[in-house]
Design a protein around this ligand. Structure first.
Ligand code: SF4
Length: 432
């Protein structure tokens, strides 16, 4: 099989991994024209660095052969898909070729499990080692870590990779046991803990190096770097019966216990010849979107996971979680924008971190008024029903307008949901 065919199969097989976030950018290439680079082509996806930079990655599997049989996975042993396997050299060459042509800035490499977890991990690491040591590759490398791989291999992987990730797969150990019996929740968490320990050691090493330099001059050996972009994970949403509260509790534990940079949510979508234990329908993409919003609220807005799910353990699909929380907690409002502490401003629907910082700065000089909010470009229709200003007090009319808008949106969502259900029901039926 030629490399191009392998690339088509193994890039397609990697698309289910959301932990390298893609975004819908416009399609461009430089074929037959001017410029260098492309946003198209098999296996190229876009990820975002913490500082907001967009990074194009070659996103592939080393192989989609796998000795495991996770029911939700299109690459499981019993799946009837085309299989392929890259050699280490092929991945190295592809990465360098794309990189030199300015198509990518880095590599996202995962793999099905071949022979043993250690053997697979060695192959994945060898790609990264060769890129870094043989070719002095300075681009971004994200390696998927195999949970049962040995400590030494995880350590080695972190020396070459910018980011490591281990997929938690499902929100609970019970769901994992039911849908991926060869995987063990404990092993996945042990892997995350090992990565965290290494990162802590590295951070301690840097701190003690800084102290030693201050005391004894600059001749100190640098501690080896370990996955400087941290670790992330991915959770499948809607393949089991876990509700959003359970999902967010798991995320909160992972952030707290293992210092994860990101938890990625991936809405379950049915796969060919799927087990009867899996749902027939895809989880709504809006559910995935709401989970990302709620995750953001937990990490940056001071919300606890158990207060966000206002709809009997689920996030509302019709309104964003912050607005849903505000509507469910009328006693918390209105908030006086000129007097309330910052943590209360952060809970006002429509106010983001930047707007809150600007309001806090502005009110040191003088009272913030309605016109100021206009200048800050905050969505007035969303904010005004929840705040008090010297020239504004929320009236019933603001609230009614907001609730009417939400009701319209809910109806539109319901229509879209019904259309998609009809699509599912008729999928696969030949129309004469
Ligand atoms: S181990 Fe990974 S590739 Fe293999 S079946 Fe499970 S999820 Fe799929």
């Amino acid at each position: 099989m030629d490399t191009k065919r392998k690339l088509i199969i193994l890039a397609d097989a990697a698309k289910y991994d959301a932990s390298c976030a893609s975004s819908g950018t416009s399609k461009r290439n430089s074929v037959g024209g001017t410029g260098v680079g492309s946003t198209e082509g098999a296996g190229i996806c876009h990820s975002y660095a913490p500082d907001g930079r967009c990074i194009s990655l070659l996103k592939i599997l080393l192989t989609n052969w796998c000795i495991y049989d996770c029911l939700y996975c299109v690459n499981r042993e019993s799946s009837n898909v085309d299989r392929a396997r890259f050699t280490v050299d092929e991945v190295v060459r592809l990465t360098l070729d794309f990189y030199r042509r300015n198509v990518i800035e880095g590599l996202f490499l995962s793999s099905g499990i071949i022979r043993t977890p250690d053997y697979t991990m060695e192959q994945v690491i060898e790609v990264a080692r060769s890129l870094r040591e043989d070719h002095d590759f300075r681009g971004y490398i994200h390696l998927k870590t195999i949970p049962d791989a040995s400590d030494e291999l995880v350590l080695k992987a972190g020396r070459y990779a910018d980011r490591l990730s281990v997929n938690i797969e499902l929100p609970t150990a019970e769901a994992l046991q039911a849908l991926a019996p060869e995987k063990e929740s404990g092993a996945i968490k042990r892997s995350m803990a090992r990565i965290k320990l290494q990162q802590d050691d590295y951070a301690d090493g840097r701190r003690s190096k800084a102290r030693s330099m201050a005391a004894a001059g600059p001749k100190i050996v640098k501690p080896p770097k370990f996955a400087p972009a941290g670790q992330s994970t991915q959770m499948i949403v809607g393949a089991d019966a876990s509700d959003d509260r359970q999902i967010l509790q798991t995320s909160s534990t992972l952030y707290g216990a293992y210092g994860l940079k990101r938890v990625y949510y991936s809405a379950f979508s049915p796969i060919p010849d799927a087990s009867a234990r899996l749902p027939l329908r895809a989880a709504p993409l809006m559910r995935e979107h709401r989970l990302y919003q709620a995750d953001w609220l937990m990490r940056f807005y001071g919300f606890a996971e158990d207060e966000i799910c206002t709809d009997g353990g689920m996030l509302s699909l019709d309104v964003d979680p912050k607005l849903a929380w505000a509507l469910a907690n009328p006693a918390q409002f209105p908030v006086d924008l000129n007097r309330a502490p910052k943590d209360r401003l952060l809970r006002v629907p429509g106010l983001g971190i930047r707007s809150v910082d600007r309001i806090v700065s502005a009110r040191r000089l003088r009272s913030v008024r309605r016109d100021d909010l206009d200048r800050l470009r905050v969505p007035l229709g969303k904010v005004l029903p929840f705040v008090v200003l010297p020239d504004h007090r929320p009236a019933g009319a603001d609230h009614t307008a907001l609730v009417t808008r939400i009701a319209h949106k809910a109806k539109a969502n319901q229509r879209a949901e019904n259309d998609s259900l009809q699509g599912d029901l008729f999928a696969g039926i030949a129309v004469p």
